[in-house]
Design a binder for this molecule. Structure first.
Ligand code: IVH
Length: 750
């Protein structure tokens, strides 16, 4: 095997063989990197192979191959594509799975708008299973193409998109600025012949058309993309200098006239029942379409209404994806393993005999928690008719879209007599600390905190993940290696930022170590330094506090503005947080006792007594009130945050991290040019031109904060007919009060 011979020892013949081998490996790695989310080679291994290739070429210059990996544009995949900030965010869609969900979607739309049944019509069209692409035209010329990325920032794939036949390079009579969005996909026929060619050439064979399309579009070498038969359906748009029409259907028709391929199965439907009929029709044609679809997308047809409905954090209120039923398969459950997550949750995972489910090979499935395995649902009800799951069982797995596969059913007739009932470990399998289930929690958690290596590693992985610090070249694999590294350990986030300094003081440099090279080390240190400047919301999210997800982190960032303000307020609120927990416990106890004694529980008395007992200082009560006054922050999140910051290990680690940062970027004042940005607004009385929900969403989209009660912090009261005590209180406090029309003209909607 030439791969085991060092460069110095290679003779010419072996060197030629080895160059051929490296060429193949690197090319396959490139293809894999650009089509799969899980590349088979680490960046470091890739770099090492490339260095070896260059070293051999230097020793035997005449052996250098045409198309040598050394000459390939873009070099290491870590360099990747340029980034593109989307002018208008690229969103995803909420899901509906049942007919009932579709009716509920219609109800929620009409409720938000305050219109009667039948007054809203929709479009229904296939949901293409490919990857989304945004095409930007300026004065009719294609100037940029970008993938969705995280919705805010995507990858620049302009050169590749230019090779797609159904993407026009130039269009006549187009708006000056036109961003067309749609799906890149590969037809079944093209997929089959591509795989045929790939396998004949000894190249990578793709597992499904979606992966093939993604791998082909995300090629650093546009020549490769050109050789792959990709297609594009237009179904949406981003920035526009003028509207495309008044309705969704009209706008899509306009895109068709401009020369884009649009889906012929798009139809306007007047009611949820019509949507469902069209769904059935598409479902029936699915197998004959010649390309993969995974559901039907419904959109409110009137673009004026779409505008009023607006967006939740990541999905529009005016559209939903009605997914086709999940694909199913039977296989053997070989073992049940326990994974420990970053919040200490012990998650049982099914190891399966590999089986193909809807074109993808599945070998793991989630089993959620011990109740789920025992056949019990969230509310203690039977699931799977109460059948439990055991190692060795014959189980049915399913997978819907991108979600983690699940175990749906078990065939008891195939159960072996010796199959043992599953027992959840009562201690953490990673650190041995007790693993406990709290009242009302289905999940058992390791109590080891940061002393548990599994929790610590998972927390670090979360810290560097895409929505958190997003450090290029420092992913889950590298974090695991550094955690166990004796010479250059990373045990807490701050350690990441001291890596460069520690490495320069070390005897064996990282660059000389396995899996690393000068370039990858230089890049990763630079990527780390770049993140010393970080958005406040990312910092909050990165801490991995239980219950604090991306959206909550953004809410907290907006509420506090700076890290110091947050830390100070949460610390000040600590006694009130503890009193709140004591009140919860007192309430639980009171309920139990009342039930035993057959009387009604005196919940509020019990809570009050518990809080009085705690002697909470007034400033703590005020600080707690401020904390839970933040949008989207309830007592559960507030308590969890309070616990994290009050824990000396955690707060120590956070302090050390904050010391390493140079700049915590405060959240942008949203729409700072709007007259109500940053203002706290209260709506009261009857609104006649819109529902409360719409008024709130509209005010928030203009950067205002909407509160339910009037206080000294209120800037503006909008009072409709029938306004009562709130209007009086506002008048007493001297707060500006407007009627509905006054509000609409203030925000320019009248
Ligand atoms: S509309 C603001 N229409 O599905 C809504 N999306 O799960 C923009 N997709 O990211 C999306 N077919 O990549 C829309 N006919 C269709 C679609 C479609 C496929 C994809 C798209 C989106 C994802 C959301």
């Amino acid at each position: 095997m030439t791969e085991n011979i060092s460069v110095e020892d290679l003779n010419k013949e072996d060197a030629a063989l080895e160059l051929a081998r490296l060429h193949k490996v690197l090319e396959a790695a490139n293809a894999e990197y650009y089509q799969a989310d899980q590349p088979t080679l680490t960046d470091a291994d890739y770099d090492a192979l490339k260095r070896r290739n260059t070293a051999i070429e230097t020793r035997f210059p005449d052996l250098k191959r045409v198309n040598s990996p050394t000459d390939q544009v873009g070099a290491a995949p870590a360099d990747g594509f340029g980034k593109v900030a989307h002018a208008v965010r690229m969103l995803s869609l909420g899901n509906a799975f049942t007919d009932e969900d579709v009716h509920e979607f219609d109800v929620s739309v009409r409720k938000f708008l305050g219109v009667p049944r039948g007054d809203v019509s929709y479009t229904a069209e296939p949901k293409i299973d490919g990857l989304s692409l945004s095409l930007r035209y300026v004065d009719g010329v294609l100037v940029q193409a970008a993938t969705r990325g995280d919705g805010a920032v995507g990858e620049n794939v302009t050169e590749n998109a230019r090779t797609i036949a159904t993407v026009p390079q130039q269009i006549a009579n187009a708006p000056a600025v036109l961003e067309v969005r749609g799906e890149v996909y590969m037809s079944h026929e093209d997929f089959a012949s591509l795989n045929q060619r790939q396998s004949e050439a000894g190249g990578k064979v793709f597992s499904n058309p979606r992966n093939a399309a993604a791998g082909s579009l995300r090629q650093l070498d546009a020549k490769i993309t050109k050789a792959r038969p990709l297609k594009f359906f237009a179904y949406a748009w981003g920035e526009l200098s003028e509207p495309l029409g008044e309705t969704q259907a009209g706008a899509i028709e306009r895109l068709r006239e401009l020369g884009f391929a649009t889906n012929p199965l798009t139809q306007v439907c007047a009611s949820p029942s019509e949507l469902i009929s069209h769904y059935r029709l598409i479902e029936e044609q699915r197998a004959r379409l010649g390309y993969d679809i995974d559901g039907v997308v419904y959109k409110v047809n009137d673009l004026g209404l779409q505008g009023r409905l607006g967006f939740r954090s990541t999905t529009p209120r005016w559209a939903i994806a009605h997914k086709f039923p999940a694909e199913l398969a039977w296989t053997t459950l070989e073992a049940i393993d326990i994974q420990v997550g970053r919040t200490g949750a012990l998650s049982p995972v099914a190891r399966l005999a590999p089986v193909t489910v809807g074109g993808v090979v599945v070998s793991n499935a989630t089993l959620h928690n011990e109740d789920y395995i025992a056949g019990l649902g969230n509310k203690g009800e039977d699931i799977r008719d109460g059948k439990d799951i055991r190692a060795g069982d014959w189980v049915q797995v399913y997978r819907a879209g991108d979600v983690i596969p699940k175990v749906a059913d078990v065939d008891l007739s195939k159960r072996l007599p010796e199959a043992a009932v599953f027992e959840m470990p009562k201690t953490c399998p990673k650190c041995g600390s007790p693993a406990v289930r709290e009242d009302g929690d289905a999940v058992r958690r390791c109590t080891g905190g940061l002393i548990c290596p599994a929790q610590a590693v998972e927390k670090l992985k979360h810290f560097v993940s895409r929505a958190a610090f997003d450090i290029e070249g420092l992913g889950a694999k590298q974090i695991e290696a550094f955690y166990d590294d004796e010479r250059l350990p990373v045990r807490e986030p701050a350690d990441i930022f001291t890596l460069r300094a520690r490495d320069s003081a070390a005897l064996t440099k990282l660059a000389n170590r396995d899996g690393w090279g000068a370039t990858s080390v230089k890049n990763v240190f630079q990527a780390i330094d770049d993140k010393r400047k970080i958005e406040f919301s990312r910092l909050i999210f990165a801490l991995g506090v239980r219950h604090v997800g991306e959206v909550t982190a953004q809410d907290l960032a907006r509420h506090y503005g700076t890290w110091d303000a947050l830390a100070e307020n949460v610390a000040l609120a600590r006694p009130a947080a503890l009193a709140h927990r004591a009140a919860d416990e007192a309430e639980l106890l009171e309920r139990e006792i009342a039930q035993r004694d057959g009387r009604r529980a005196r919940v509020s008395d019990a809570r009050k007594a518990a809080i009085t007992d705690q002697h909470v200082p007034l400033e703590a009560t005020k600080a707690w009130a401020f904390l839970i006054d933040a949008d989207g922050i309830g007592a559960t999140v507030a308590l969890s945050l309070s616990d994290a910051l009050a824990n000396p290990d955690e707060s120590g680690a956070i302090g050390r991290l904050v010391d390493q940062l140079s700049d915590i970027i405060p959240p942008e004042a949203q729409n700072s040019d709007s007259p109500v940005a940053g203002k706290t607004v209260v709506f009261t009385g009857t609104l006649e031109k819109m529902t409360r929900a719409e008024a709130k969403a509209r005010a928030e989209s203009l950067g205002a904060k909407v509160s339910g009660s009037v206080s000294a912090k209120t800037d503006l009261l909008v009072a409709g007919p029938g306004a009562g005590s709130k209007a009086k209180k506002a008048a007493d406090l001297g707060i500006e009060t407007l009627d509905e029309d006054g509000w609409l003209s203030l925000i320019g909607d009248l």
